[in-house]
Design a binder for this molecule. Sequence first.
Ligand code: ADP
Ligand code: ZN
Length: 207
Amino acid sequence: MNVIFLGPPGAGKGTQAQRICDALNIPQISTGDILRRAMKEETPTGLKAKQYVEAGKLVPDEVIIDIVRERLAMDDCQNGYILDGFPRTVPQAEALDTIAKIDVVVDLDVADEVLINRLSGRRVCLACGATYHVDHLNGETKCAKCGETLIQRKDDSAETVLNRLNVYHEQTAPLVDYYQKKGNLKVIDGAQDMDTIFESILTVVKG
Ligand code: ADP
Ligand code: ZN
């Protein structure tokens, strides 16, 4: 089962992708996580990506397409995966069409006002990709899953958040139409509670 998670930044793609992947025992391929790890380790890709990611801009298509192509060729992807954060532009989607056959595209739909609040209060674990909201952390500074110190992403600062939402509306939202036309798009209301969203996604992914 090859699945894409679409949706604006802060829609909950990462959290839900992690839960669905655990339930189905398939890997979660988060291009954002891959880039953040590469930046932390200062690999050539990480150094190239840093200026874009921190400004809330998209990394050039050819960079990200190569990363995904390599990742999808690995053994653990042969029984399915969830792509979380890729594709994000029409050229990325067209490239993906030549690499993989996608079964379902899940679009998590959330209004901009909600997203701004979620993103500006978000804390993340760079080690395992888990995300939290300050409102629920009660002052806790470590990841409940792996114990690593939580950080606020540079691109979750107020002005960069607005930039990312603009980028989403201009470059990524057209993919909703792209997959609608192909007939494999499932829209889920991302403003519902997390367990309801999880069950809805599981149902559409299992078909
Ligand atoms: P969010 O969905 O919360 O914006 P991600 O972790 O998916 O966060 O992405 C963070 C940043 O990484 C993006 O703003 C962008 O700079 C870069 N990035 C991730 N995926 C892609 C992609 N498919 N194409 C280009 N840039 C990407
Ligand atoms: Zn962690």
